[in-house]
Design a protein around this ligand. Sequence first.
Ligand code: NAD
Length: 474
Amino acid sequence: MQRIEHVYINGEFVTPHGQEWFDLHNPSTEEVIGQVRLGDEHDARRAIAAASAAFRTWSCTTRDERIAALKRMHKAVAAREDELMDAIVMEYGAPSERGRWMATYPADVIAQAIDALEAFVFEEQAGSARVILTPMGVAGLITPWNSNAGFICNKLATALAAGCTAVVKPSEMSAMQTRIVTEALHEAGLPAGVFNIVNGRGDVVGEEIARHPDIAKISFTGSSAVGQHLVTAGAATMKRVTLELGGKSPTVVLDDADFAGIMPLVLQAGFMNSGQACIAGTRILVPRRRLAEFERIAKDAVSHVKSGDPRDADTAIGPMVSARQWERVQHYIRIGVEEGARLLAGGEGRPDGLRAGWFVKPTIFTDATNQMRIAREEIFGPVLTVIPYDDEADAIAIANDTRYGLSAVVLGQDLERCERVARRIDAGRVLINTLAHEPRAPFGGFKHSGLGREMGRWGMSAYLEPKTVLMAQG
Ligand code: NAD
């Protein structure tokens, strides 16, 4: 049983003013495996004050000084990979392959921020003016539970690279990952106050960050509802806001696709991170005239997808993160049945043979319409919706008929056609016949999937204000 008692403020692990203890669960067993003491508004204000004081000197550091600090962070976080892996499997339930990726990603994104900083152009000439990109101030960084360590490191490394200081409000449900990352970052030996990490509830610590006048910028990853609220709350103090939100991403299967060949990609796109991924391809658009063939191959393929103990090497889908999340997914499965979609695989309840743990059967609905709630709302579990389409134009129209626009996958043999379709899909990222990730490219969403972009120079620019300097000639 872990007891996580401290928050990190001004370069020290301190006992928070907040008194509340929050239970941490192992989602594979439902057992309580730890407790975290949550900070409150007072702790958030102390952290913001420390970050404000540190901004005065950190914002004046040179590129080389920041690169040196980020390299120390990278080394310290990379050294904790195995410990992170254990925490990710225990408190989140990621299957081993996904868990390993999530344990290496925090160091990888710091390396990406170093690359971006090395190449970044902070000053340029615009006509007679000098344009200087200037760090905004203190950044409030708020992360979700579905890749907490990765989001902390990505947001923090980018903010620091830009010359901002930060207060991080990690997901309260991921305190074990947060503890490991915080200890590693402490060892990196950055000046006190440059970053501060305060466990706490969203409606307490998160709200204080959202309204505090000394927070200049918020970078948030999480649900669309909270993201919208942060824009409204931040407006009173004119905060700059970057949002990475939800999705209902289409996987567009073109009519020349080799269904047997693409099926592993289709399922992986939909079931990635146990279905708890913002970029998951949960709407599968299939040519109507080949629907029966697609269903037959999908049904066979999904029967080999194992949902169960994340420590087993052959498990593809781990448990949902919480009882609440499990209930939510079950609720959507019921809705799909009530709406008249046909269940091709899975359904309500736990997979056969599992009595405990927040496990869900890999579920596929077919013959659905894009108007059904299971096609419009983010379920955040391993539940996929197959929607037939008539022709290419219809496929593009259905792909874009959503309030989201985070990601999309296009699958087909004619690559020119795939690219033509990709160009017409309204999404921040379109993958053609691959699920590859490119951390140097911008990441973020159209429409309700977000505001602004993270990663690379696009991510760094979001922490900088252009300042135009004009000087009298002669
Ligand atoms: P959530 O919005 O409930 O919580 C995210 C974070 O916001 C948590 O740290 C939470 O404590 C905090 N929060 C909650 N209320 C707040 C408030 N009033 N003020 C400030 N902070 C507050 O989301 P979640 O359930 O943790 O994560 C799942 C959601 O995140 C899904 O919708 C998913 O699509 C989205 N997500 C998006 C991306 C992306 O990059 N686009 C990545 C991962 C997850």
